[in-house]
Design a protein around this ligand. Structure first.
Ligand code: AMP
Length: 189
């Protein structure tokens, strides 16, 4: 069972590369950001709560997002594996994921850290905001999200290094070249 954590700052290409991993390896994809945006679109209570955090560039509380992740994971019981995109984003989330997988007799196979310099992240996110109209892709919110990433999320690199699961990926270059590096890591698992 392949359980891949795709990791990186906002704008590092997690969504794009996840789609290619799904296509090649037939795993399921869980993007917590996509789940929350779908709830906002539906106008659900959860969507209303989520919107407040997303618009501020802040993370949802761990307990809430862990519950959401658990229920999506439960719905994927028969899958060949899962790519976790945008989760975990904090140490408590990483610990919760470890526990959830171990209850299923599984573990994270690898954590792929898509490494992109900050000035390029900002350029990419501003461009994405212009093209897709994603409300949180504006300069003020982008800067907050990058601060949240460096303070709350990047410590996960050490968490996964300690677990022996960390894998650095150069996130700059053509989409094909980045995917080739990812595929060569996955093929060795
Ligand atoms: P993303 O599409 O992954 O960039 O997520 C967009 C926004 O959704 C984030 O800025 C957070 O507000 C929220 N979000 C997504 N995943 C998580 C998570 N694992 N923990 C907390 N908040 C999250």
């Amino acid at each position: 069972m392949l359980n891949i954590v795709i990791f990186g700052a906002p704008g590092s290409g997690k969504g794009t590369q996840s789609a290619r991993i799904v296509e090649k390896y037939g795993v399921s994809h869980i993007s917590t950001g996509d789940v929350l945006r779908a709830e906002i679109k539906k106008g659900s209570e959860l969507g209303k709560v989520a919107k407040g955090y997303i618009d501020q560039g802040q993370l949802l509380p761990d307990a809430l997002i862990i519950d959401i992740l658990a229920s999506v994971l439960d719905s994927l019981k028969d899958s060949r594996g899962v790519i976790f995109d945008g989760f975990p984003r904090t140490i408590p989330q990483a610990e919760a994921l470890k526990k959830m997988l171990s209850e299923r007799g599984q573990d994270v196979s690898v954590m792929l850290d898509l490494d992109v310099p900050e000035d390029e992240l900002i350029d990419r996110l501003i461009k994405r905001g212009q093209e897709s109209g994603r409300a949180d892709d504006n300069l003020e919110t982008i800067k907050k999200r990058l601060t949240v990433y460096s303070e709350q999320t990047s410590p996960l690199k050490d968490f996964y290094k300690a677990e022996g699961k960390y894998q650095h990926i150069n996130g700059v270059g053509s989409m094909d070249a980045i995917f080739d590096e990812i595929a060569s890591v996955i093929s060795k698992l």
